[in-house]
Design a protein around this ligand. Sequence first.
Ligand code: NAP
Length: 257
Amino acid sequence: MGQLEGKTALIMGVLNEHSLAWAITEALVAEGCACGFTYMPEERMERRVRKTIEGLNSRLIVPCDVQNDAQLQQVFSRAQETYGSLDIVIHSIAFAPRQTFEEPFHKTSRADFQTALDVSAYSLVAVAREALPVLNEYGSLLTLTYGASQRWIPNYNVMAVAKAALECSVRYLAVELGEAKKIRVNAISAGPVKTMAAAGIKGFGSMVERNVVKSPLHETIEPEDVGAAALFLCSSGAKRITGQVYYVDSGYSVMGW
Ligand code: NAP
């Protein structure tokens, strides 16, 4: 019997089979978890997501742009109707306009700054608020971040600022959701993995190379590594772990040289 048999998860952020959210889905499903999904409300995106998850016979596939509060409310009321309650919510979502990865950081416009922070950081707060009544006691809310929140990485720019806000939000949410319902809130800080979101980052190939050359393990990060870490953080083995940023980066983050 799988360790998540009888458990339910809502996965936000599967786009295709390269998405980190998909690797997480595969890890959770392998342990018996039933998963529902959200997709960006565009026909093309819906088709992609449905194709990716088609083998799972999921009972819940709902549109959700995280910038839309009404859609967020709808997602969690649909999750409640479908599953009664949830044990796990995966937030694997980020966006910044393409030019923010191409122009110097000091040229970031107010509008682009707001968009990046809204989609990539505030959305976790909004998700936590809507998820709280639907998540079971001892449930888990997990997000994805990147080490550029802590140290300068070329071209990551406003997304680095958004990730710093996201990580800080994890700590504040961990206190409130922990007190309310013993819900744990954590982030995985993944090393660079080639996905659709990553393809938009100028010089992404050098980020991967540098992670290999400079990290203690000298190895790239595979999506499965992120899936395995997510499974651990959402399982009872991690029942006293909350408010943490958990690095899956071949050790790159510890290097000072
Ligand atoms: P991905 O497959 O492109 O996933 C990003 C997801 O965010 C997509 O499903 C995208 O949907 C969704 N999204 C963007 N704007 C949205 C919005 N307004 N409302 C709802 N969903 C929205 O790329 P990924 O690399 O797996 O990214 C997942 C998470 O991992 C992100 O937080 C990313 O920053 C983080 N991360 C990635 C890496 C890496 O190297 N890949 C490393 C560390 C952390 P659409 O594409 O349909 O818009």
